[in-house]
Design a protein around this ligand. Structure first.
Ligand code: ADP
Length: 523
């Protein structure tokens, strides 16, 4: 019917108002939420990376302190002897007796100290020099020795394998020597829970404490002094804030995205619902105006005929006959409309009861067609019947089935133009009986063939303005036939005509008994 679809202008406005008012702000806010979350995550990662870099430097220093403390312990006897002014031979013997974890002890005289490099560890100088030849890969590491008057007399030290030292002392360094500063990183990061990896040149892993969880924020710093050529990498383990943040960010982004999607979906559904409601309101308004018109026209015609007859203005008996026929025709039209509306209301309310019995469809078809014949003939239609001598019985409500047929015949008349031919045929099918009504009228486009069975739907054809209707007939036919366990088929081509076929299951079949047991309510 005209107006079953909302006008594109109103639809566009609704889409704009609801889309711009709800969906767009929701999407913008969701986008902003995701952006801010990513920014926070980025800041946490940057902070974590800075912290890891700081801790890698701390690990380097801790190794130097560890080396210093080992050296101090090893040299203490020689140092004491030197301070008391003991003979260098005794001092050398004291150094040599302390093999500990080093090897190749030596006492370096004062005049040979120039060739060594110095590293200040805890305000004390640590001497070191790389080995050559057989000692390649090793480092000489030592401390200064002083005489009784505090004068430097030389240095005592050992040959050390830096990589072996690093590997051996890594657990002690990470456990005892790293600063456990709770204020670092807001107190979140515990230095005891870092992953520390030692590398020799070219990325060869020497040793590792704890598995790293997030390598994006890991930082590597080179070691200095006798450990030159090696490097230390500090990375976060599973409890670190950077790792939480990564997890939290993925959860939060998924959450925000889902929320955004939910809002967009809710808006789309809300929009569809609103459009549907507006369409329904429009349909109802159209329905009321259609029905009013449908009622008014026959009533006006009947009144006119009755008044004319009452005033005895008719000239001849044929003329009064014509008026009486007109009254009969219009009364029938009124009755059909009122029946349709009542039937529709009962079906909608689930109150339409059918009286099921074995029905001789052929008899129903004959009766209905005969009752309709005067209208057909009056409007100049040719009726073609193609009925077999007998048909299997169907279980059904004869009055309701006749009502369906009447609606189809009525439509065939309403929607035909110059080619005024209506055909009614019946045939037995496999397990079913089919009755069809064919016209050579305006036809129905394929895209509309499902819609015509919806309630209140009237197609916007050229005829719809001339032909009145409430858009209920086919919806009723469809509901009634389905309540009988059957279905309605439609074959139609625009401009060529239509065939509506009612297919009903034979009495005794499974579908017929199912329909039988369905309480006979049209629901
Ligand atoms: P009404 O005839 O009161 O409008 P119906 O439910 O009987 O309502 O039909 C719905 C619509 O289907 C009609 O408005 C018309 O557009 C289309 N239609 C129904 N029957 C035919 C037909 N035989 N030929 C062409 N169009 C039809």
């Amino acid at each position: 019917m005209p107006g079953t679809r909302l006008s594109p202008l109103i639809s566009r406005r609704l889409v704009t108002i609801i889309g711009l008012g709800v969906a767009l702000p929701a999407l913008v806010l969701a986008g902003l939420g995701i952006y801010l979350t990513l920014r926070i995550a980025r800041a946490v990662e940057d902070e974590s990376a800075r912290y890891n870099s700081y801790m890698a430097l701390q690990v380097g220093e801790a190794f130097e302190q560890e080396l210093m403390s080992v050296l101090r312990r090893s040299i203490s006897r020689a140092e004491n002897l030197s301070r008391t002014g003991a003979d260098p031979v005794a001092v050398r013997a004291a150094i040599e007796s302390e093999t500990g974890e080093f090897q190749g002890a030596s006492l370096v005289p004062l005049d040979e100290l120039d060739g060594f490099s110095l590293l200040i560890v805890e305000s004390q100088p640590l001497l070191f020099a790389p080995g050559e030849g057989d000692r390649r890969g090793q480092y000489f590491v030592g401390l200064l020795l002083r005489g009784p008057d505090g004068q430097v007399t030389g240095a005592g030290g050992w040959w050390m394998e830096p990589r072996a030292f690093l590997v051996r002392h890594l657990p002690a360094v990470t456990q005892d020597r790293l600063p456990a500063n709770p204020r670092l990183y807001g107190g979140f990061e515990s230095t005891r829970k870092l992953s520390v990896t030692l590398f020799a040149g070219f990325g060869q892993v020497l040793a590792q404490v704890r598995d790293p969880e997030n390598l994006r924020t890991a930082r590597t710093e080179p070691l200095a002094g006798p450990f030159e050529g090696c490097a230390v990498r500090v990375a976060a383990t599973s409890n670190a804030p950077a790792v939480w943040t990564t997890r939290f960010v993925s959860v939060e982004i998924t959450f925000i995205a889902l929320m955004g999607m939910a809002i967009v979906l809710a808006t789309a559904f809300g929009l569809r619902y609103t459009i549907r409601q507006l369409e329904l309101a429009q349909i109802k308004a159209g329905f009321v105006s259609n029905v009013t018109h449908e009622l008014k026209t026959p009533i006006a015609l009947i009144r006119l005929a009755v008044e004319t007859l009452e005033l005895r203005r008719v000239g001849s008996p044929e003329e009064s006959e014509r008026f009486l026929r007109s009254i009969g025709r219009e009364t029938l039209r009124l009755q059909q409309l009122v029946d349709n509306i009542l039937d529709f209301a009962r079906l909608e309310a689930g109150q339409r009861m059918f009286r099921f019995e074995d029905v001789d469809l052929l008899a129903v078809v004959h009766e209905t067609v005969e009752s309709f014949r005067p209208r057909l003939e009056h409007q100049g239609f040719r009726l073609g019947l193609d009925l077999p001598p007998s048909l299997p019985a169907v279980r059904g409500d004869a009055a309701a089935l006749s009502h369906c047929l009447l609606n189809l015949l009525d439509n065939a008349l309403k929607y035909s133009r110059t080619l005024r031919e209506v055909g009614v045929a019946a045939e037995a099918r496999d397990g079913a009986v089919a009755i069809s009504v064919t016209d050579r009228g305006i036809g129905i486009a394929p895209g509309d063939q499902r819609r015509v069975f919806e309630k209140f739907v009237r197609l916007e054809t050229g005829l719809v303005h001339d032909v009145k209707g409430a858009g209920l007939g086919l919806s009723l036919v469809d509901q009634i036939i389905r309540a009988h366990g059957g279905h309605v088929e439609l074959e139609s081509r625009p401009g060529e005509g239509s065939t509506f076929t009612l297919v009903l299951p034979r009495a005794g079949g499974a579908e017929a008994s199912q329909a039988d047991s369905r309480q006979r309510t049209g629901s």
